[in-house]
Design a binder for this molecule. Structure first.
Ligand code: AMP
Ligand code: MG
Length: 331
């Protein structure tokens, strides 16, 4: 039996290696050969491929069952490597200086000489670029000596992976090697800011807060409105979804529901499963726990996962964005 469109046999399982020097060298070799390698970043685990190879990029879309109109983020070892492929303006330089390496993605115009596969950016004349901060990701990028396109290492539309185990559960035979670097520190995807023309536009809240970005480049417009789908084709859909429905802004669980709490006041014991994103009410801690706890509560036999309200500041905005989209379409 094959899994999705990746052509590999389910159950044959990927190689999982603790990310030391030899494992990173092997991962880099596989990338250069056109294979898919999952690796840790400070946000979530990425499913990486050589961004200059049409065939390798096509394999990412197949493995994730991701619509090809949803463009990928390309990761670089350093800002200089990124600036060879896309054009930075003054705002982009300021943001890169402030937040790279780190969980910020910039959408910038492709240079005419850009070597990144057009499939990566779904034929758009812009490209999403990032220099990640995780030491394993950086060593891997340096060893591969080429840009690596990497969406989250999960089937399209489902919960993102924050451990190597989650990647195995999500993609199984579709990935050649998983570099295991332990749990991801931030646990939520990068912030995506579009600087490809006109005012800065926040396409996706994420690991760098809006407040931190505005402190560097001033006010930034919110994604939405008429041209939104054309600007970022992947942001419309239901996404991050567990198997069971989510019920948001819940103060308690109904019979049959699991409960995902936040802060001191969250109930500790209920008849069903209960977890707390952050007993001390810290949104950064909650972001780091979000996807792993949703996965843990998403079990057969429950009717829904009831989720407590999360404050809408700092990384809380990114959490609420993920929760809203995970719940969209649920009754
Ligand atoms: P993911 O790979 O799942 O982390 O998602 C990457 C996000 O960045 C998606 O929501 C894409 O729509 C967005 N994105 C990637 N490239 C571009 C681009 N060139 N223009 C606008 N949005 C982009
Ligand atoms: Mg994703």
């Amino acid at each position: 039996m094959t899994a999705r469109g990746c052509g590999k046999v389910r159950g044959v399982g990927p190689e999982i290696l603790e990310a030391g020097v030899a494992a990173i060298a092997r991962a880099a070799e596989l990338i250069r050969a056109g294979d898919l390698v999952a690796f840790p970043t400070e946000t979530v685990y990425g499913l990486g491929a050589d961004a200059t190879s049409d065939a390798a990029i096509a394999a990412i879309f197949a493995a994730k069952d991701r619509p090809t109109f949803n463009p990928l983020i390309v990761h670089f070892a350093d800002p200089r490597a990124a600036s060879r492929q896309v054009a930075f303006d003054a705002r982009a330089r300021l943001l890169a200086k402030s937040f790279w390496p780190g969980p910020l993605t910039l959408v910038l115009p492709r240079r005419e000489s850009c070597r990144i596969s057009l499939l990566t950016s779904s034929g758009l004349d812009t490209l999403a670029v990032r220099v990640p901060g995780h030491p394993i990701a950086r060593e891997f990028l340096a060893a591969a000596a080429r840009p690596i396109a990497a969406p989250s290492a999960n089937v399209s539309g489902r919960v993102s992976p924050t451990t190597a185990r989650h990647v195995v559960d999500s993609l199984d035979g579709c990935v050649s090697l998983i570099l295991d670097g332990g749990p991801c520190e931030i646990g939520i995807e990068s912030t995506v800011v579009d600087l490809s023309g006109g005012p800065a536009l926040m396409l996706r809240p994420g690991g760098v807060s809006r407040e931190a970005i505005e402190a560097v480049i001033g006010g930034i417009a919110e994604f939405g409105g008429g041209d939104a789908p054309a600007k970022s084709p992947g942001l419309q859909d239901r996404h991050y979804a567990p198997d069971r429905p989510l019920r948001l802004n819940a103060t308690r669980a109904h019979a049959g529901e699991a409960f995902l709490g936040f802060g001191r006041d969250a109930p500790k014991s209920l008849p069903g499963d209960v977890m707390n994103l952050s007993p001390s009410g810290n949104v950064d801690e909650a972001a780091a726990n979000l996807f792993a706890m949703i996965r843990a509560l998403d079990r057969k036999g429950i009717s829904a996962i009831a989720v407590a309200p999360i404050p809408d500041h700092g990384l809380g905005r990114a959490i609420n964005d993920r929760l809203r989209r995970a719940a969209s379409g649920d009754a």
